[in-house]
Design a protein around this ligand. Structure first.
Ligand SMILES: Cc1ncc(COP(=O)(O)O)c(C=O)c1O
Length: 415
């Protein structure tokens, strides 16, 4: 069989006959390669990895114990399909107690997900016809848009700028796009900017959606990780349930990225449509995992402890970056600190390096200082630091941050 046999059969949506032939290297692969090269050049050295996008610790022991207990039950062994009542009811209680969202019907307005990523990949099938536009924030988590494009949809990016507190300028969407737009995807606290929304912003989102007949998908993957006050749910906004759904996940809030469990809640018809496509996509998350997730949603104090750790690390990181010349303020939630990338670095021995973009800064920091960050050049040049860096304990955490301060202190940055 010729090599072209399968190549000629690949769908256009992932590149068709050109699939797999591109030599372009993507951002995260570039970071990986730069880290490998830095370690080869400096054998035995430590990379200070501030680019991690997930929790550094495992799930709490009581959650693992719950999984163990539930995994031993014969009735949990089979296909879970669209789930049983345990997670749905815990999710409704969670939305009420933790987020102040009353009146969610667990039977009809909640359904589990195999993580928010899976939900974001399923929802476009329920909503997008060819030619429909999705309004997505940029920079942002692209999964909904990727799948919308698979269905012939188009993505219009809403730039997140610091001057607008990293909130999208909804009034700036061109009229012709708005006429063809069907979905608005937002995510707060936001990856990568770390910015939080306000109830005024969510109220504006609801009225904007109503005025333009849009569905709103609020990806609340980081919603529970707040440093003060209560998590802000989109569903707590008057009218939100008429226009949209919100996605919650145990991944970041309960240190459970690998467990793959969350939920979609909100508009009944949207939840039903999500469930219908989901039913034709997967056979549900293992019930033992769903029940452990339900345990989590009834124990939000776990998230409180995780958030307290991130808050402590964030305070220290802001100081370290401030001392190195970065203009940075602590965020209200998430584990990200999004800092303006410097334009120039001058080392102690007077060597000057100009940067054209954040990617160049990130590569330079890895190769010269063994500090890993994630660059974002989608809307201005920024670096994303994450407080989920590896540290054995609080003492080690201080050591890592001191080491970061020492390495950055050897450089004078210009912005
Ligand atoms: C904004 C955002 N949404 C969703 C996800 C995926 O979350 P989950 O693990 O629940 O699929 C991530 C993961 O990094 C994320 O940053």
């Amino acid at each position: 069989m010729s090599e072209a046999y399968i190549q000629n059969l690949i769908a256009e949506r992932i590149g068709g006959r050109q699939y797999g032939k591109s030599t372009a290297i993507y951002k995260f692969e570039k970071i990986k390669r730069a880290k490998r090269a830095a370690l080869t050049a400096h054998p035995g050295a430590e990379i200070i990895d501030m680019g991690v996008g997930e929790p550094d610790e495992m799930a709490f022991p009581e959650v693992v114990a719950e999984l163990h207990k539930e995994a031993l039950k014969s009735e949990n062994r089979g296909y879970a399909d669209n789930g049983d009542a345990a997670l749905k009811e815990a999710a409704a209680r969670y939305l009420d107690r933790v987020c102040g969202v009353q009146g969610i019907d667990p039977e009809t307005e909640v359904m589990h997900s195999i993580g928010s990523k899976a939900a974001l990949s399923i929802l476009p099938a329920a909503l997008i016809n060819p030619g429909d536009y999705v309004l997505m924030t940029s920079p942002g988590y692209p999964v909904f848009g990727t799948h919308a494009k698979y269905y012939g949809g188009l993505v219009h990016n809403l730039r997140l700028a610091e001057a607008n507190s990293f909130l999208p300028d909804l009034d700036g969407v061109p009229k012709d796009i708005l006429g063809k737009a069907k979905v608005l995807v937002v995510n707060y606290p936001n990856n990568p900017t770390g910015a939080s929304a306000s109830s005024e912003f969510f109220a504006k989102v609801v009225s904007f959606a109503q005025a333009n007949r849009l569905v709103v998908v609020h990806d609340a993957a980081y919603a529970a990780l707040v440093f003060e006050g209560k998590p802000l749910s989109f569903l707590a906004t008057a009218g939100a349930k008429e226009v949209g759904v919100e996605l919650h996940s145990t991944s970041k809030s309960f240190n459970m990225t690998g467990w793959r469990c969350g939920f979609v809640a909100g508009n009944e018809l949207l939840v039903k449509a999500y469930g219908d496509v989901k039913d034709n996509t997967d056979s549900g998350q293992f019930l033992a995992i769903q029940h452990a997730a339900a345990y989590c949603f009834d124990h939000p104090e776990i998230t409180g402890k995780i958030a307290a750790k991130y808050s402590r690390r964030m305070d220290a990181l802001v100081k370290v970056l401030g001392a190195a010349g970065f203009d940075e303020k602590k965020t209200k939630g998430s584990f990200f600190l999004y800092v303006k990338a410097p334009k120039v670095a001058v080392t102690k021995n007077g060597v000057r390096r100009d940067f054209r973009n954040a990617e160049e800064v990130s590569q330079w920091l890895i190769s010269e200082k063994l500090i890993s960050t994630v660059p974002w050049d989608d809307a201005d040049a920024y670096l994303r630091f994450s407080v989920t860096f590896m540290a054995k304990d609080a003492t080690d955490e201080t050591r890592v941050l001191n080491e970061l301060a020492n390495r950055l202190g050897e450089v004078s940055f210009e912005f």
